[in-house]
Write a protein that binds this ligand. Structure first.
Ligand SMILES: Cc1cc2nc3c(=O)[nH]c(=O)nc-3n(C[C@H](O)[C@H](O)[C@H](O)COP(=O)(O)O)c2cc1C
Length: 335
């Protein structure tokens, strides 16, 4: 783990500081200041970057892999995909045409290379996503009893354009409540696993989830040593029940490139939701074990594909603070 401290100052990135007269490497490195603001599981920030000319290589950092919570590395690659998407949005804003190249799924060092081409955008991302890069947060609140407007749901669906990735918006109360029960079951299983609790406690103890130092230490002790499965189950199923819509991203393939693509799609939906005043909250426990993941698949329409990522969508007036990040230098490797 890096020696540099977690900081919230990274959120103060100013577009005016873009080095217009700098080298292409300076410009590419600037884009990465937006990449590190991406969401990630347990805020583990499991990415690594290398800039070579106009190519940005983005790799999963396995030293930050949550091997207890995420044995399949699904969340690892989704998190990397979120960082890739942030980088693409920033690249388009500053006048590039970013092309994503996926490396061979069999290769040990799965990475994405982002080529910064001349501007020739055939299907640009919505321009308003750029401002959301520095304002987006994950909400953990109980949502208001208010529906998610049909036109908002359409707009959120329309930005998913990755091949083989589908967004399902579940608004039917019976299916949503069944997902809530599944969530409760998954929470009990995870919190019953000492390795899961130890791992979560580790990231809380680092302060990655945003608590002050003392609160983080107390949080780590509680999570690591007490079985709080029933409490988590009750809290989280209530959170699901409060959501007018539970979203699930599914894919046709079930491999790292499909999971990276899921990350791109999720982050784009999440940023657009943020511009529309819609709160977003990923809830991963159901997907973290094959049995509950399979039960979730059976709640989706026939032929829906493999569930990769689940998140609540809804409304809340509660303010949420940004979580901290490690400074960009932590993630840069030499060309
Ligand atoms: C793949 C993935 C899985 C996540 N799973 C959960 C989850 O199960 N529960 C939760 O509260 N947040 C979850 N999150 C949200 C992260 O905790 C959050 O992104 C991180 O703490 C950083 O905070 P921020 O999104 O507000 O910047 C997940 C995010 C990603 C990308």
């Amino acid at each position: 783990m890096p020696s540099a401290d977690l900081t919230r100052s990274v959120w103060q990135v100013e577009a005016d500081d873009f080095p217009s007269d700098g080298t292409i490497e300076d410009q590419a490195t600037f884009l990465l200041r937006y990449a590190i603001l991406a969401p990630s599981s347990h805020n583990s920030q499991p990415w690594s970057f290398r800039v070579t000319g106009n190519a940005i290589s983005i790799t999963a950092d396995e030293s930050r892999w949550l091997d207890a919570a995420d044995p399949d590395k699904r969340e690892l690659y989704i998190s990397v995909g979120c960082a890739v998407e942030n980088c693409c949005i920033a690249a388009e804003h500053f006048g590039f045409d970013p092309q994503v190249e996926y490396h061979d799924p069999e290769s040990a060092d799965l990475a994405v290379t982002l080529m910064l081409g001349e501007r020739d955008l055939k299907d640009p991302r919505p321009a308003e996503l750029f401002d959301a890069l520095t304002t987006r947060v994950t909400s953990h609140e109980v949502f208001e009893d208010r529906p998610l407007a049909a036109d908002t749901q359409e707009r959120l669906s329309s930005v998913v354009r990755e091949a083989g990735v589908t967004l399902h918006l579940v608004g039917d109360p019976d299916t949503r409540d069944a997902i809530g029960e599944l969530q409760a079951d998954a929470d009990r299983r995870q919190m019953n696993d000492p390795e899961y609790r130890k791992e979560l406690g580790h990231w809380i103890g680092l302060g990655a989830l945003g608590s002050s130092w003392l609160a983080a230490r107390i949080g780590q002790t509680v999570i690591t040593h007490l079985d709080i499965g029933d409490r988590e189950a009750a809290k989280n199923s209530k959170l699901i029940q409060s959501a007018p819509v539970v979203a699930v991203l599914t894919t046709a393939a079930d491999d790292p490139p499909a999971q990276v693509r899921t990350g791109l799609a999720f982050e784009r939906v999440g940023l657009l939701a943020s511009t529309e005043g819609v709160a977003v909250h990923p809830m991963s426990q159901t997907l973290e074990r094959s049995e509950t993941r399979e039960r979730l698949r059976r709640l989706l329409p026939d032929g829906a594909g493999r569930p990769q990522h689940l998140f609540r969508l809804g409304h809340t007036d509660e303010e949420t603070n940004h979580t901290p990040r490690w400074p960009l230098e932590t993630f840069l490797s030499e060309a």
